[in-house]
Design a protein around this ligand. Structure first.
Ligand code: ZN
Length: 316
């Protein structure tokens, strides 16, 4: 099967109480680590490319790698999503380029303006069988050039279920990233965060069956932060969203969970370890390889946290 959009994945995820992992890719090793994990665990997959990733690696290279992923794994449903498209033009380019999902993030604009832009993207994308994710409310932290509210203020900027209902009905959007207390980056919080499960529940009551998306949902796994700090890095006080909270949200209306920071940490930790233990190492395969293995192990674990391991067949 070729690339798919996320319709069936979200339908099954909602119905059966799990979430699909959406992993950001920047290069070959990261992509291989992810797909090896997904293939072994038989999970559906969303790969994401941000505008930053496109600038770094060029879309043509990333698309070629993803095409190989699809060809070599006919049993795994794979969707490809633009992460944080900033305007209609960017989203249009990615739709024209064969992406099966685009996110339009006009959340920094006034509510009515966000509706207008999102609606325009939905119209263009739906005519081409591409699904659209939008964003409402203010997420915390910094993700590439996406700057949100201060990490410790995320609790004050939660999504308003009343607005969510109006937004979804007016735009016809397929899924929505809502602020429920998560935050982008590796320094999400100073103390353990509480996700707003009541907000998720209320949205689910008002919009039964409508899929929500969690951004900024890496757990900033201690194992990798400790390795980074042990081998010459400096990431004190890094903190993410606890996995039990991610797991709980996945059983509710959350159908897509974005993971980027945890991939970066796994790769960085392993490379640091190799360089520290073998200062003479200069073969990229000898440090990128272990990094790729670490990503694979981390993703396999995540698929169980999200509950989507073993669900590839039902999402086809
Ligand atoms: Zn995001």
């Amino acid at each position: 099967m070729g690339l798919v959009n996320t319709k069936k994945m979200f339908e099954m995820a909602y119905k059966n109480g799990y979430a699909i992992g959406a992993f950001n890719v920047n290069n070959m090793e990261i992509t291989q680590g992810i797909i090896d994990a997904v293939a072994e665990e038989k999970a559906p997959l969303i790969l994401q490319i941000s505008r930053g990733a496109r600038e770094y690696a060029k879309n043509s290279y990333l698309k070629a790698i993803i095409n190989v992923v699809v060809e070599e794994n006919p049993d795994i449903p794979v969707a490809i999503n633009l992460d944080h498209g900033d305007n209609f033009q960017t989203c249009k380019e990615f739709v024209d380029d064969g992406f099966t999902s685009v996110m339009i993030d006009a959340s920094s604009k006034p509510f009515e303006e966000n509706i207008r832009i999102t609606k325009e993207v939905v119209k263009y994308a739906h005519a081409r069988d591409v699904v659209v994710e939008a964003e409402l409310g203010q997420l915390g932290g910094i993700e590439e050039d996406v700057v949100g509210v201060d990490h410790d203020d995320v609790g004050k900027h939660l999504a308003d279920p009343n607005q969510v209902e109006e937004f979804v009905n007016k735009t016809g959007v397929d899924s929505l990233a809502v602020a429920i207390g998560t935050s982008h980056g590796a320094y999400k919080f100073k103390k353990e965060p509480k996700l707003a499960f009541d907000v998720i529940r209320e949205i689910a009551d008002r919009l039964p069956g409508f899929p929500l998306v969690m951004h900024g949902s890496s757990s900033v796994l201690k194992e990798f932060v400790d390795l980074i700090n042990k081998y010459g890095g400096k990431m004190p006080n890094a903190m993410g969203v606890p996995e039990d909270a991610v797991s709980k949200a996945s059983k509710m209306a959350v159908c897509k969970v974005n993971i980027d920071t945890d991939l970066r940490l796994a790769l960085t930790a392993k490379i640091r370890q190799v360089f520290a233990e073998k200062p003479g190492e200069f073969d990229p395969r000898k440090y990128l390889g272990p990094g790729r293995d670490a990503i694979k192990a981390m993703v396999k674990h995540k698929l169980h946290v999200l509950g989507c391991a073993g669900k590839a067949t039902e999402c086809k």
